[in-house]
Design a protein around this ligand. Structure first.
Ligand SMILES: *[C@@H]1O[C@H](CO)[C@@H](O)[C@H](O)[C@H]1NC(C)=O
Ligand SMILES: *[C@@H]1O[C@H](CO)[C@@H](O)[C@H](O)[C@H]1NC(C)=O
Length: 352
């Protein structure tokens, strides 16, 4: 899970627009807008990395106390999602993450957000354990391991406390980005491994959190998925995660799903506008686009018609191929099919 929603490419455009989406009720400088978030002691992004790579006490820094970084959601209800909605959902989030409808499987960049390399279609990172999880899943299905020399350093990174600046360290990962890109451009098994881990760590938990507040429309599922991809559901990120957005939004009460989703996105957009520093500010256009979809509820709730994401200037039809990263793998021969998915369980502690 990564902090920023933006590729470096998308940045210059959105920098210009940053204040446009943080005005009126989202204006962080106005009394009251940010009270609920308690960001007073947050160190703005970048600075968390420190300069000496030594552990430092950071507000919000949390130690992993059990076998997982995630909340226990085993008691939340589940719900299904159909194949077309999965595709729409992933494409919408891909536009926000990668700026277009070409699934960013091959991306791997150190975007200096203190999370090491940000990789693949939903920004798995070397600093938060999930890039490592993708590689572990991949080598289960594959003879030989192009990432072999990085396994020990990757494992070491997972042992540090969260927000320990050493998690941002890429000095033992020389050449990693190239290997990630080549593997994503050449091997459909690696692409499927990314999707399998994405489903297990983010899509299925998103569906559960949505079900827990009776959000059952296809658009609602897409919104919860996009939220969990951007904000996570890790107890080690207590100030920004999905459960916190739900708590600050408050109970659903008698609200219709449309009204509730708008409240939810209002909280999420305020969070982005209120968080110190520019990384989150820049992503408030993402919530604005989702709010527009909710506003045209009858048209968009089932996600059966194309959706236009205004701030990003992209239309998603659901007919786009999600098999091959055409934008990132220009000099590679496209593959047409992916292997069958592996249904990985939601990461939880084993029952004792
Ligand atoms: C792991 O521990 C944290 C912190 O005590 C807790 O919030 C979380 O629900 C636990 N996760 C699981 C899967 O038990
Ligand atoms: C983020 O937006 C708020 C206004 O909504 C502003 O106070 C703050 O300075 C912005 N941060 C940056 C780095 O632009």
């Amino acid at each position: 899970m990564k902090l920023t929603a933006l590729t470096l490419l998308a940045m210059p455009v959105l920098l210009l627009a940053q204040n446009e989406y943080c005005q009126g009720e989202y204006d962080a400088t106005k009394a009251g807008t940010c009270d609920a978030f308690q960001f007073e002691n947050v160190v703005p992004d970048q600075q968390q990395c420190g300069t000496d790579k030594k552990p430092q006490k950071v507000e919000g820094g949390v130690q992993q106390t059990n076998c997982t970084t995630f909340y226990d959601i085993s008691s939340l209800p589940s719900q299904e999602i159909d194949a077309h909605t999965i595709r729409m959902t992933q494409l919408i989030t891909n536009v926000f993450e990668n700026g277009n409808t070409q699934m960013g499987y091959s991306a791997a960049n150190d975007i200096k957000d203190c999370r090491g390399y940000t990789c693949g279609y939903i920004g798995f990172t070397t600093g938060t354990n999930d890039a490592y999880a993708v590689i572990q899943q991949y080598i289960k299905r594959k003879e030989g391991n192009p990432f072999a020399k990085y396994m020990d350093p990757l494992k070491l990174l997972t042992t540090y406390e969260f927000n320990d600046p050493r998690r941002a360290d890429v000095s033992e990962l020389v050449g990693f980005a190239k290997v990630w890109k080549e593997t994503a451009c050449k091997d459909p098994v690696f692409v499927q491994s990314q999707l399998d881990v994405g489903h297990s760590m983010y899509l299925k938990p998103a569906l559960k959190y949505a079900a827990s507040v009776h959000v059952t429309s296809n658009l609602g599922k897409a919104i919860f998925y996009d939220t969990i991809v951007q904000h996570g559901w890790q107890y080690v990120e207590p100030l920004i995660n999905l459960p916190r957005i739900l708590a600050i939004t408050g109970p659903r009460g008698d609200d219709s799903e449309k009204v509730y989703l708008n409240r939810f996105l209002t909280t999420r957009r305020k969070l982005a506008c209120c968080y110190p520093g520019k990384v989150w500010n820049d992503s408030s256009s993402r919530m604005s686009d989702l709010q527009r979809l909710v506003a045209a509820w009858e048209r968009n709730k089932d996600l059966t018609r194309p959706v236009h994401l205004q701030a990003f200037g992209v239309t998603v039809t659901g007919k786009e191929s999600i098999t091959f990263d055409r934008a990132g793998c220009k000099s590679f021969k496209p593959f047409k099919r992916l292997p069958s998915p592996n249904d990985i369980p939601i990461p939880q502690c084993p029952a004792n």
